[in-house]
Design a protein around this ligand. Structure first.
Ligand SMILES: O=P(O)(O)OC[C@@H](O)[C@@H](O)c1c[nH]c2ccccc12
Length: 377
């Protein structure tokens, strides 16, 4: 499992095996000697760290914590993250619960399952192969640019329309579910980008859906809607045709966000950084390279939806966000033209909508109903 924090153990074992001459981090040396950034090389954690340091993306406190072996859950908790990781992908749920107790909420449960799922995925499709597949995939489409252009063109928030069969809070949203048909209908009716749920267990999605939509000739840029905890998933998403990934601030410590942003940049992908509360927004606004922030009106821990969340966070941070040229996406719980107008007035440039479209007989035509008018291409 290779989030940057988890990779500490990889480094430790390199050092133990005598791969490196000393166990001290080479970072400060690298910074002083002014080595220029190079493209990411698979499997070399030290070179990646050097590059992160070059980019001035990693601060000293984070590195000291990382090198000193502070528990990953402690680091996350110190940033206000309530989701714990078990880091025991081969353990049974019973064993995990013995150590950590029951999951505290649904998001934590999803993440615990995801840790096991990713380990299985890695065993089946090794990282090196997936990186190669990602590098050989057809070029990305500009997700961020498509949102900015559609916003300008329509004078309305750009639409990221979601291909979503089910959710843990709402159950099955659509029985007759053909991802390609839905994606094509969205595109035809003016969606700027599409979001494809890939989580199978809780959302009945799949990476197959992503691949099928891409191969069916859909031109809209595609967001892989997944619970990303490991870089393997980003490469895998790219290999299956994704142009963007979701990174959830409630799940990922700052160092992981920075690491994953770096990988996205290398792959030409957009990262949609999702926040839900004040603390997460503050954390993310301090990170260089954040371009696109989604404000989720739904808490992934309690499922409570509150659209005034977008307004509240933008009232407080709108100036900073505009100054930085960040685009904001209003996410979840949007059903009517009034809802869209409400988040638009709050300052969003785009909206992410699933349920209210996918539940209608004709999800394509539902778009004009949601906005109160047809969207221009
Ligand atoms: O179906 P809705 O309420 O329109 O919401 C869409 C989207 O915002 C939601 O699916 C979502 C937002 N963030 C997530 C993270 C994981 C899974 C799902 C999501």
């Amino acid at each position: 499992m290779e989030s940057l924090l988890a990779a500490r153990s990889v480094r430790a074992s390199f050092a133990a095996a005598g791969t490196r001459g000393c166990s001290l981090p080479p970072l400060r040396v690298a910074v002083r000697s002014g080595v220029r950034a190079r493209p990411l090389r698979c499997g070399s954690m030290d070179s990646l760290l050097e590059e992160l340091a070059q980019d001035d993306m990693v601060n000293a406190t984070e590195l000291v914590q990382w090198e000193n072996g502070k528990s990953i859950n402690d680091i996350a908790a110190s940033q206000g993250i309530r989701i714990r990781r078990h880091r025991r992908p081969t353990a049974t749920l019973e064993e995990i619960e013995k150590e950590l107790g029951a999951p505290r909420n649904i998001l934590e449960k999803i993440i615990w399952d995801k840790e096991i799922e990713v380990a299985k995925g890695l065993a089946k499709n090794p990282l090196k192969e997936v990186i190669q597949a990602a590098q050989q995939a057809p070029p990305t489409r500009d997700f961020f640019g498509a949102l900015a252009a559609a916003h300008k063109r329509n004078g309305l928030p750009a639409l990221i329309a979601e291909v979503k069969k089910a959710s843990p809070s709402r159950g099955v949203l659509r029985e007759k579910f053909d991802p390609v048909e839905i994606a094509q209908a969205y595109e035809k009716n003016g969606a700027a980008c599409l979001s494809i749920l890939t989580d199978e267990k809780y959302f009945q999605g799949g990476f197959d859906n992503l691949e099928k939509v891409r191969n069916a000739g859909v031109k809209c840029p595609l967001l892989c809607k997944e619970f990303i905890i490991d870089r393997w998933q980003i490469y895998y998403a790219r290999a299956k045709g994704a142009d963007a990934v979701l990174l959830i601030a409630a799940v990922l410590p700052d160092l992981d966000i920075k690491y994953f942003l770096r990988i996205c940049k290398e792959l030409g992908m957009t990262a949609l950084i999702e926040v839900h509360d004040e603390r997460e927004m503050e954390r993310m606004l301090k990170i260089n390279g954040v371009q696109l922030i989604g404000i989720n009106n739904r808490s992934l821990e309690t499922f409570v939806v509150n659209t005034s969340n977008t307004k509240m966070l933008l009232e407080k941070h709108g100036d900073d966000i505009r100054e930085k040229g960040i685009l904001v996406v209003g996410e979840s719980g949007l059903f009517t033209p009034d809802d869209v107008a409400y988040v638009q007035n709050a300052g969003v440039s785009a909206v992410l909508v699933g349920e209210s479209l996918v539940k209608q007989e004709d999800p394509g035509r539902a778009i004009a109903g949601l906005f109160g008018k047809e969207l221009l291409h």
